[in-house]
Design a protein around this ligand. Structure first.
Ligand SMILES: [Zn+2]
Length: 329
């Protein structure tokens, strides 16, 4: 998959990565994965991605705005923007690809079975990542959850951890989720870090809505990071933004989550950002098709900070209702 544009010449160019896929809708068609390069003078290269999940709209639109924001005349180095990386999922407004049901953020560099989603990941790993010095991957919660507006980073020790934490501070959103990645994480962050490239993400908004405050926070965060990396001057009004972020240790698993014990209608009692205590009521869960049974009161297993809440009115047994984290001292 060769980009339709030159990624190295000075200037701003818009093109695509040609994804070839043949099915009932696409016979010999190309699915053009958008890519824009803004190339100024000598300097580092940063990759900005959005639309890894097609139902996370704030990041997609913020990346679109960034393309207009950046001018090669005032840019140091190069910024590559891929605002709808999983274009088939973006077109369908779904988390995973409608072409093969794959989650793009699980197939980067892990030898996933061949298919259109793996082909996008392979092109990024083989063609784009070797060109870049830093990755910023924009997420926006998606259909299933509302997130604490936050930056997100992996905590592997090493030189890049300090760079990632500094970049998260420059994103200047109130919280940053710090996660220990699974081995061979198939996420874009995992693939970048295996190539020695520091990478952070963000999770802003959720519930598959397009919220203007989330778009604005994502756009301002990106410009703050690009300034921090030396690409551009401080964004206007930057002095009024938060000067720092609080780091929140997030672990997946039952000890840090409220999980639906049965299928039902759910009424969460708290929002992302709330501080909660172990044993405190978290949500009421109603067995909707058995009117004789009262609602169950679900409780938090651990004291902490709510990082996400389900955006669904009805959950199934095993679904996450809340994820919680622990503020770093
Ligand atoms: Zn996502």
């Amino acid at each position: 998959m060769t980009p339709s544009i030159d990624l190295s010449k000075p200037g701003k160019r818009h093109g695509f990565l040609p994804l070839i896929h043949s099915d009932n809708r696409h016979a010999h068609a190309v699915i053009p994965i958008p890519i824009t390069v803004i190339c100024g003078g000598a300097g580092p290269t940063t990759l900005v991605t959005a639309g890894v999940h097609g139902d996370e709209f704030a990041g997609i639109l913020a990346a679109r705005q960034l393309i207009a924001d950046l001018s090669p005349a005032s840019l140091v180095g190069r910024v590559i923007v891929m605002p709808m990386l999983n274009l088939p999922a973006c077109r369908a407004e779904t988390r995973v690809s409608p072409l093969d049901g794959a989650n793009l953020n699980r197939v980067f560099g892990v030898g996933a079975p061949a298919g259109p989603t793996a082909a996008i990941a392979e092109a990024v790993v083989a063609i784009i990542l070797p060109e870049v010095d830093f990755v910023l991957d924009l997420h926006s919660g998606g259909t299933t959850a509302r997130y604490l507006p936050s930056a997100f980073l992996y905590d592997q020790p090493g030189a890049s951890l300090a760079k990632k934490r500094a970049a998260a501070r420059a994103f200047a959103i109130p919280f940053t989720l710090v996660v220990t990645p699974p081995p061979d994480a198939g996420s874009l962050l995992g693939a970048a870090e295996r190539q020695g490239i520091p990478a952070i993400a963000c999770e802003v908004s959720g519930g598959a809505t397009l919220d203007r405050h989330a778009v604005a926070a994502t756009r301002a965060g990106m410009l703050g990071v690009l300034h921090h990396l030396g690409h551009c001057p401080a964004p206007q009004g930057d002095a009024a933004r938060g000067a720092d972020t609080r780091f929140v240790r997030l672990a997946f698993g039952a000890a840090h989550a409220v999980v639906a014990p049965f299928s039902g209608g759910v009424l969460p009692l708290h929002d992302p950002g709330d501080i909660i205590a172990a044993g405190q009521p978290a949500a009421h869960l109603y067995p909707m098709e058995d009117q004789s049974q009262p609602a169950s009161v679900l409780t938090f297993p651990k004291t902490g900070l709510i990082t996400s809440v389900t955006a669904r009115p009805n959950v199934r047994a095993g679904d996450l209702i809340f994820l919680t984290g622990t503020l770093e001292p």
